[in-house]
Design a protein around this ligand. Structure first.
Ligand SMILES: Cc1cc2nc3c(=O)[nH]c(=O)nc-3n(C[C@H](O)[C@H](O)[C@H](O)COP(=O)(O)OP(=O)(O)OC[C@H]3O[C@@H](n4cnc5c(N)ncnc54)[C@H](O)[C@@H]3O)c2cc1C
Length: 434
């Protein structure tokens, strides 16, 4: 075995050590329900929980084991609108709609915190704050306006930190300065997912795994959901399959760009090393177009380092040396540290880089968190449930934005390697410029 890998190296998420997806035990399917939800990640489970709170009978159908998707594989870095606040929403949607989107995106953090507290979910949640490193001077200069916008939006501190002070947050000189944003947190994603599944079940939701939905057909009084294990009649259907959307939801598939993201976990490090590398325990990311996101594990002394290691299909074992190299560019002292886990999962981008709630042919959809969905996917599920239950005071800002696709696009993003390469070259040129 390559010496990069620790003995017992695994190609499964580090998170599954504490919270493995339970073995599949498919239950009998009911013949009829009020609402059938396709997909058992944060979005589907959060919707199921909210629907039960309004007394609606709900069935969640998951193709794999519960927790198979991105919701137990992600970096566990929680933000409310950090990404959207840096975009050009007003140009896309007009000032009023953009303000609504930003307000709800910022609110998704508070929503998540309340949900975790209310349901007593033990998932190491903490408001750590985040340091975002600028990959070049131009990116650093743009950060002041972004910090002001975030501060105004969240009411919490966000400020820039010049290159000569960045070591207050991270032991590196790799960045051209950065931004600290307080309205962000971190959690153990698989424990959060398990807690959410338990809460939905406690509330009375039926959650069935090992049951792939094959098609959803409209009937005279609702829908027929056909699965590999039989069919179910449902008054309403919600699809919450995000980066794993398959042929069962062709309308959604045409609107999402699935992108593989990869993470490695290092071997245990001395606690003082972690403290020195990340003095204030912040979550970390940067402004590269092909970004890095990384953090200390919440339950052991490891570094978890994530990014788009490749835009072609590679295995986690193939991705690990690439991520290790990125990590060592930031922290050269980790060059001899071994990797215990490497894994991958799919995020979903949209063509307008905005999450969406939509209805098409009577089916409800919520998806497209652009790799930032711990809070957002939970929130979108909640809002879709309120809509289905007829309990929303007003439509969510994520509804009615249009949900663009491209002519002839069927859900296979053949253009990703080209776009990825262009992004990497641009990042490299930016860094060379200083
Ligand atoms: C490696 C990685 C790192 C990430 N890091 C972060 C981060 O640090 N912070 C952050 O905020 N976000 C992060 N994300 C994004 C975040 O994890 C997702 O936005 C979020 O989990 C999406 O939740 P979901 O419920 O919409 O989808 P998922 O959790 O992906 O669930 C979708 C489910 O649908 C099921 N499914 C698909 N088709 C069918 C079918 N036909 N029938 C039945 N079931 C079906 C799949 O099996 C899957 O389990 C990351 C994602 C990845 C992959």
């Amino acid at each position: 075995m390559n010496e990069l890998f620790a003995p017992g190296f695994k190609e499964t998420p580090y998170w599954w050590e504490a919270a493995p997806p339970p073995d599949s035990r498919p239950k009998d399917l009911p013949w009829q329900v009020d609402v059938a939800i396709v997909g058992g990640g944060y979005c589907g489970l959060s919707a199921a929980l909210e629907l039960r709170r309004h007394g609606v009978e709900v069935l969640v159908l998951e193709a794999e084991r519960i927790g198979f998707g991105a919701s137990s594989r992600n970096g566990g870095m929680v933000s409310g609108g950090l990404k959207l606040a840096s975009g050009d929403l007003a140009r896309k949607f007009g000032a009023e709609k953009a303000a609504g989107v930003l307000e709800e995106a910022a609110g998704s953090l508070g929503f998540l915190e309340e949900l975790i507290a209310r349901e007593g979910i033990q998932c190491h949640y903490k408001r750590h704050g985040r340091f975002v490193g600028a990959h070049c001077t131009k990116a650093y200069e743009a950060m002041a306006a972004r910090a002001e916008a975030l501060k105004a939006l969240t009411g919490l501190d966000a400020h820039t930190l010049p290159r000569e002070r960045q070591r207050e947050q991270i032991a590196t000189d790799y960045y051209a300065g950065g931004m600290v944003a307080d309205a962000t947190g971190g959690l153990h994603p698989a424990l959060y997912h398990q807690g959410l599944a338990a809460a939905a079940r406690r509330a009375g939701a039926t959650v069935v795994d090992g049951t792939r939905v094959e098609s959803v057909m409209r009937g005279p009084d609702g829908f027929v959901v056909r699965t590999a294990r039989g069919q179910v009649k449902a008054r309403e259907v919600m699809v919450a399959t995000n980066g794993y959307t398959d042929g069962a939801a062709p309308w959604l598939r045409r609107r999402l760009i699935p992108v593989a993201s990869y993470i490695i976990a290092t071997d245990e490090l001395p606690p003082e090393t972690i403290k020195r590398l990340i003095p204030n325990g912040r979550m970390l990311s940067d402004t590269n177009r092909v970004l890095h996101y990384y953090r200390a594990a919440p339950d052991s002394n490891r570094i978890l380092f994530g990014g788009r290691a490749s835009f072609r299909s590679v295995t986690p074992r193939e991705a690990a040396p690439i991520l290790h190299r990125f990590m060592c560019a930031i922290w050269p002292e980790l060059a001899t540290v071994k990797i215990t886990h490497a894994w991958t999962g799919n995020v979903a981008f949209t063509f307008d880089f905005t999450p969406h709630i939509a209805v098409a042919d009577g089916v409800h959809y919520a998806a497209g968190c652009q790799g930032s969905g711990v809070a957002m996917a939970s929130y979108l599920g909640h809002r879709t449930a309120l809509k289905i239950a007829g309990r929303a005071n007003r439509p969510s800002a994520f509804e009615g934005l249009g949900f663009p696709t491209l002519p002839l696009y069927s859900g296979k993003p053949w253009f990703l390697p080209l776009v990825g390469t262009a992004y990497r070259v641009q990042d490299w040129l930016d860094r060379r410029a200083g």
